[in-house]
Design a protein around this ligand. Structure first.
Ligand code: ADP
Ligand code: TYD
Length: 206
């Protein structure tokens, strides 16, 4: 594959969507063909699964939830991301398998290695070249989400200790793979974070 695969990770409201839009424009101004996509979602099937995972009323067993995210991921990578990388595009993706390790592993308390292995099987071991982790304390993320006045989905509605476990899991993941991850302070200004991201991406593309 000749393309470049960049993923964004972090808690809900950490600023991923904001930074992805800015990075897309920055890359396009430099002549790159960019595919912006997200998980869950990113394909028609993925959007149907997203609706179930995020908005279905009632209990979903933790392993079923993990497999629904993995099913979305398998289809998304096979039909959209891998072909884009084969063409040589830059794929900028909102969440990938680190989200499953953090949310289903640490959040739902499943074995993180097993959760990761399911995703690796689903994606035929596709790993990002760069993962940008936006780190934001839970109370700041919550304030931002409250001011957006959007209804909380099933995961966002989880208690504070769930989100604290997710944040700590992300930190462990980043520590374990420092060559893939960059951790940025998501409470910095939007412009400052964008500047730091473009510095990293410029190095990756050079
Ligand atoms: P995510 O995609 O991670 O859920 P968003 O990009 O949608 O996050 O941002 C959530 C909210 O926080 C939005 O209202 C956005 O304008 C705001 N926001 C994003 N980045 C920052 C930042 N660095 N400082 C302050 N507010 C921010
Ligand atoms: P997303 O749409 O990125 O929400 P936000 O923009 O608010 O961060 O993700 C939807 C939710 O799904 C989010 O709470 C994180 C969760 N999620 C998992 O639990 N596991 C996964 O593998 C993925 C991709 C997302």
């Amino acid at each position: 594959m000749t393309g470049v695969f960049i993923t964004f990770e972090g808690g809900d409201g950490s600023g991923k969507t904001t930074q992805i839009e800015l990075l897309k424009s920055w890359l396009e101004e430099r002549g790159h063909t960019v595919v912006v996509t997200r998980e869950p979602g990113g394909t028609d099937l993925g959007n149907e699964l997203r609706d179930i995972i995020l908005h279905r009323k009632g209990f979903i067993a933790p392993r079923a939830e993990a497999l629904l995210y993995a099913a979305d991921r398998a289809h998304h990578i096979h039909t959209l991301v891998a072909p884009a990388l084969e063409r040589g595009d830059v794929v900028v993706q909102d969440r990938y398998l680190d989200s499953s390790v953090a949310y289903q592993g640490a959040g739902r308390v499943l074995d993180p290695t097993e959760v990761r292995d399911v995703s690796l099987w689903a994606t035929e071991n596709l790993m990002p070249h760069l993962t940008i982790l936006l780190d934001v304390p839970a109370d700041v993320a919550k304030q931002r989400q409250d001011s957006d006045e959007r209804a909380y989905d099933r995961l966002e509605a989880e208690a504070e200790d769930f989100h604290q476990r997710v944040r700590e899991s992300y930190q462990r993941l980043a520590d374990a793979e420092p060559e893939r991850f960059v951790i940025l302070d998501g409470t910095d200004s939007i412009e400052e974070i964008h500047h730091q991201i473009t510095q990293k991406v410029a190095t990756l593309l050079s």
